[in-house]
Design a binder for this molecule. Structure first.
Ligand code: OAD
Length: 255
């Protein structure tokens, strides 16, 4: 893997995007780190000494739904207090320029991409501010409430429990058809701030290597670094603004 950029955030080169390029951007928890939201596997990644797998699974929900709602209530509060950072804003500006030649796919459940101005991001792991019934097929609905003791678990009209609209470990991620098409079509694949541990996203870079230039952006190499041709090592909020030059645009386009 060719390492470009530097930990100090001073870029040594920009990424040229041609007029026919199609760009797939996969983001992970790292892009929201500079907004103050904890990543899963770095320092501070544990919640009350639980690993994420222990509070984000159907088994955890069946065993202890109160603790699961406490966890997501705390995440709702943190996300509501957070603001998009320059990394989110740079990707939204890039989408303004590229239109439907950019496909944004996030593993994050926060809404910081949307609040930065991105439209149509595929939230493969669900959305923090939506809930759904765990029993009936009621459509997932907007929900910014928090559910914590002594209040109980919210109930649906059908009698089932209301759960977070999140893809838990062992469940099938959302929007995989749309994501698969975009992976097949892309000529530039960028992963930002994701450790490359959780499937299926961890395999996206390897899958696109035949059709796309694969680039990683984050402070340290991901676990799946073998799948990337290049890495820009540094913080997303420092590297993404000014990283791209789009053909036809007269200056660095995301600065
Ligand atoms: P991780 O916590 O596994 O990885 C976060 C990555 O962000 C690490 O590689 C860090 O080096 C990097 N990072 C930290 N600060 C950064 C910054 N300022 N700029 C850029 N990168 C930075 O998070 P994910 O890979 O997103 O799933 O985790 C994948 C999934 O695991 C999550 O979506 C979640 C979790 O279980 C579910 O909840 C279903």
């Amino acid at each position: 893997m060719n390492r470009l950029g530097s930990k100090s955030g001073h870029l040594q080169s920009v990424i040229e995007i041609g007029e026919t390029d199609r760009v797939f951007i996969l983001t992970g928890a790292g892009i929201s780190a500079e907004s103050g939201l904890a990543t899963f596997r770095g320092a501070g990644g544990l919640w009350r000494n639980h690993r994420i797998e222990e509070v984000a699974s159907p088994q955890a929900w069946r065993r202890d739904p109160v603790t699961v709602w406490e966890f997501y209530s705390q995440r709702r509060r943190a996300a509501l207090a957070a603001q998009p950072n320059p990394g989110h804003l740079a990707l939204a500006r890039l989408e303004d320029i590229l239109g439907d030649r950019l496909f944004l796919c996030t593993q994050n459940v926060d809404d910081l991409h949307e609040r930065a101005g991105s439209r149509g991001a595929a939230h493969m792991h669900g959305e923090l501010f939506k809930s759904r019934c765990d029993t009936c097929d009621r459509t997932p609905f907007e929900d910014r409430n928090t559910y914590e003791p002594p209040d109980g678990i919210p109930h649906c009209g059908c009698g089932g429990w209301i759960r977070p609209h999140i893809c838990w470990f062992g469940e099938v991620p959302f929007e995989m058809d749309r994501i698969a098409r975009a992976l097949d079509e892309c000529t530039l694949f960028l992963a930002v701030g994701t450790s490359g541990v959780v499937e299926p996203a961890a395999s996206f870079a390897a899958r696109t290597r035949a059709n796309a230039r694969t680039v990683y952006i984050g402070p340290e190499e991901p676990t799946n670094s073998y799948a990337f041709a290049e890495a820009y090592l540094g913080k997303a909020g420092e590297l993404l603004p000014g990283l791209f030059h789009c053909a036809g645009a007269s200056r660095r386009t995301t600065g």
